[in-house]
Ligand binder design. Sequence first.
Ligand SMILES: [Zn+2]
Ligand SMILES: [Zn+2]
Length: 63
Amino acid sequence: MSVSGLCELCTQNEIVDGCDRCGRLVCERHYDEASGLCTDCLTEVEPTGDDTRRPDGVDTYRV
Ligand SMILES: [Zn+2]
Ligand SMILES: [Zn+2]
């Protein structure tokens, strides 16, 4: 599928791909290749400032 047009988030840049979650077509600045999500969904899916994703014990660094 080829897409053309402008990013639905910034309406400034060319679309590179569609978000796997919301289906919005976004530019490279608003698309995260690793997850396949737009930056909008990325912030929802990946809570910031949260420790829950950290494996056990890793936060105990040797000083
Ligand atoms: Zn954009
Ligand atoms: Zn999205």
